[in-house]
Design a protein around this ligand. Structure first.
Ligand SMILES: [Zn+2]
Length: 502
């Protein structure tokens, strides 16, 4: 709109200037004398102006004609090329729009058209980029790879090509190639947050913990990852390495990595549990260190594994001694549900049903988990309640949700801490929480698992209390049936998430 107004104003200004010029010439120029041969012609001013105007137009037409004669063919070719390019860019736009709505067929058609139309361009990266993306969307991995590889030739698209090839290698399980491509990308852009983030994901997926820590440190340095998050992730990387070493039987590395994790994040309960388990076989010094790790972790993020590991440090303790010793953990975070459950378990094991009932008071409402109901049943039995009461508690326990390691991104639950979610790929997303009611795979199996409560309640005193937390108290088993270890549940935290190991 402003452009139109400007044009109108310009036309008015030019018309005004022309009128004014004409009047000026009429007033100040009387005419001109032309000598043609031996004759002198007097030309009036208006005629002179008209002659000059016509002469100018004639000159312009002549120049255009000469240009067309001498440069006509190349000018026509240029015009055609411009037209092709414009059509090519239009095809690129339509292709991108088709990709945006996931229409692979149209995206491919437009990408092919774009490549054909932009074929003569010196820089073919735009057409290659669209082709690579369209082929990926259409699931043509081989064709996409060819375009990604071609993109490596141009500095402008090298990084995008590397990224595409890395994703392809990762998807096909070729971690060595993915890592190699990632290193090349980091060499190209060592401080680019997106490159570092992609490198971190690839390195974690490839279990290259040390390289992942380097990428993480670079991301923190670049300001892409907050320092506190960086610390927590660094600890998780050490823990992941420790868990892997433990599974491989490398106890020394497992211990050193779990220690490194705890040095950064003392509240990381899986690291404390791992370190404690590895130290438990040692002498007094090792056991003291294990106890220190467990106490520090419990104070921040209580977890049943910690209580179990703490009890295992002195497996021959009588129930009363064990109860007294575990009080140290309970007192450090007394209001936490895990502390209250442990307190109830210990009281029951020592035959102190009133103390157990007191510890559980209100939990059936505030923390309605399977373990709470199972413990309520055990208390009822210890108090000599009728069998029907006990069965009611157990029925509630079977249906109640269980505390579990839950991915905060997608809601997947796992029986133990894992560094990367196998469902959504998020790193360090699992925290100990009470998920919404998970589908009960086999109610009969659960009832069978709870049978000891009915039959062996009187013998609890003989069993280590923490062991009880895994076998007796935990009505719904923490470890689901083989093959269903990871149970997808809707990502809806309910029943109050327990402290995330921090
Ligand atoms: Zn997830």
């Amino acid at each position: 709109m402003p452009r139109l107004i400007f044009r109108i104003l310009l036309i008015f200004a030019l018309a005004g200037a022309a009128g004014w010029g004409y009047l000026w010439v009429r007033q100040n120029v009387s005419g001109a004398s032309l000598t043609v041969g031996d004759r002198i012609l007097d030309v009036q001013a208006p005629l002179l102006i008209l002659g000059l105007l016509l002469g100018g137009i004639g000159f312009y037409v002549l120049v255009r004609l000469l240009r067309l004669v001498f440069f006509g063919p190349s000018l026509a070719a240029q015009a055609l090329e411009r037209q092709r390019e414009a059509k090519g860019v239009e095809a690129v736009t339509r292709g991108l729009a088709a990709m945006e709505i996931g229409d692979a067929k149209s995206a491919l058609q437009e990408a092919r058209k774009a490549e054909k139309l932009l074929h003569h361009r010196k820089d073919r990266s735009l057409a290659r980029l669209v082709q690579a993306r369209a082929q990926t969307l259409a699931g043509n991995a081989d064709e996409a790879r060819q375009y990604y590889e071609a993109m490596l030739e141009s500095p402008g698209t090298e990084l995008a090509g590397l990224r595409g090839l890395t994703a392809q290698a990762a998807a096909s399980g070729d971690t060595a190639k993915a890592l190699q491509l990632t290193r090349r990308a980091v060499e190209l852009r060592p401080r680019d947050p997106a490159v570092l983030s992609a490198a971190f994901d690839t390195q974690v997926a490839a279990h290259e913990w040390s390289e992942a820590r380097q990428s993480l440190a670079a991301s923190v340095l670049a300001g892409a990852v907050p320092k506190a998050v960086g610390k927590r992730r660094e600890a998780a990387l050490h823990l992941a390495e420790g868990v892997e070493a433990d599974l491989a039987g490398d106890k020394t590395r497992a211990l050193s990595e779990s220690r490194a994790a705890l040095k950064i994040a003392p509240g990381l309960s899986p690291a404390a549990a791992l370190a404690a388990r590895l130290l438990a076989d040692g002498g007094e010094k090792e056991k003291t260190e294990a106890a220190r790790h467990i106490e520090a972790a419990w104070a921040q993020s209580p977890h049943p594994d910690l209580a179990e590991a703490y009890a295992a440090l002195a497996p021959d303790d009588p129930p009363d001694t064990r109860r007294k010793r575990l009080q140290r953990l309970i007192k450090s975070y007394a209001e936490h549900p895990e502390s209250r459950l442990l307190s109830a378990e210990l009281a029951l094991a020592a035959g102190d049903a009133p103390a157990a009932r007191k510890a559980l008071a209100g939990m059936e409402v505030n923390h309605p988990g399977a373990r709470v109901f199972a413990l309520m049943g055990a208390v009822a039995r210890a108090e000599g309640a009728p069998e029907s009461d006990l069965r009611q508690w157990l029925a509630r326990a079977v249906q109640a949700p269980r505390a579990a390691w839950t991915c905060e991104s997608c809601g997947l639950t796992a029986p133990r801490w894992v560094c990367c979610c196998p469902q959504c790929g998020s790193f360090d997303s699992f925290h100990w929480t009470w998920p919404p009611a998970a589908p009960v795979a086999d109610a009969h199996a659960l009832e069978a698992a709870m049978a000891p409560l009915l039959e062996e309640g009187g013998r609890r005193g003989a069993a280590p209390p923490a062991q009880g937390s895994a076998t007796v108290v935990d009505a719904a088993p923490q470890r689901p049936a083989p093959g269903s270890e990871l149970v997808p549940v809707p990502p809806k935290p309910e029943g109050g998430p327990e402290a995330k190991p921090a």
